[in-house]
Design a protein around this ligand. Sequence first.
Ligand code: OGA
Ligand code: MN
Length: 215
Amino acid sequence: MKEQLFEQLDFVENPVYERIIDDLLQQKYAIVENFFDVSEVEELRQSLRDIYEADSFKKAAIGNKFNEEIDKTIRGDFIKWINEAENRKEEARFFSKTNDLVAYLNRTCFLGIIQKEFHYAVYPKGTFYRRHLDTFQNDSRRKLSLVCYLNDDSWEASNGGELILYLPTEKGEEQLKILPQAGKMVIFESQVLEHEVKPVLASERLSITGWLKTR
Ligand code: OGA
Ligand code: MN
């Protein structure tokens, strides 16, 4: 009966997405190595670099436009919001993949994601983002946080900049350390998991961070 229904809807099970869903249900986060392949990461990194270098004003701004004075003792990254409607060709595959994932989540988990927002982020050497939760005052629409790393070559542990997820356990909590390696995507429940970006010790840490939002 179930199979029949799926057939009718032309549903093709996607093992990568199924694993993401299982992991999210069981542990509130999922990590996918190589969600983006080498050429996708290169294209996005180039796009990030073009925008970062061209727009010196935004380069100086920290935080989002509503709370720009969030100070460097909390976070030191530079961000640039990405507008899907601009249709930058370098971002086409990024949006096609993330939209596909969102459609799948909505279809199989009835998550009701109706909105997405993404920004590029650059963490220069010495910067970090202190432990926090991804929900702002009065905005509980952020359901899932999504981070994709765009660093070149292999990011070594000695470069710092790890993402730490604080996982509640029976005894207290556990820290999960994630290296920001190219192509990797981390998804977690925005309102549940506190997390932190450790200080970047070498090089620049490049990423796209975004949120899948419900009504
Ligand atoms: C954020 C964030 C994590 C990361 O931008 O809110 O927590 O690994 N980013 O970049
Ligand atoms: Mn965050």
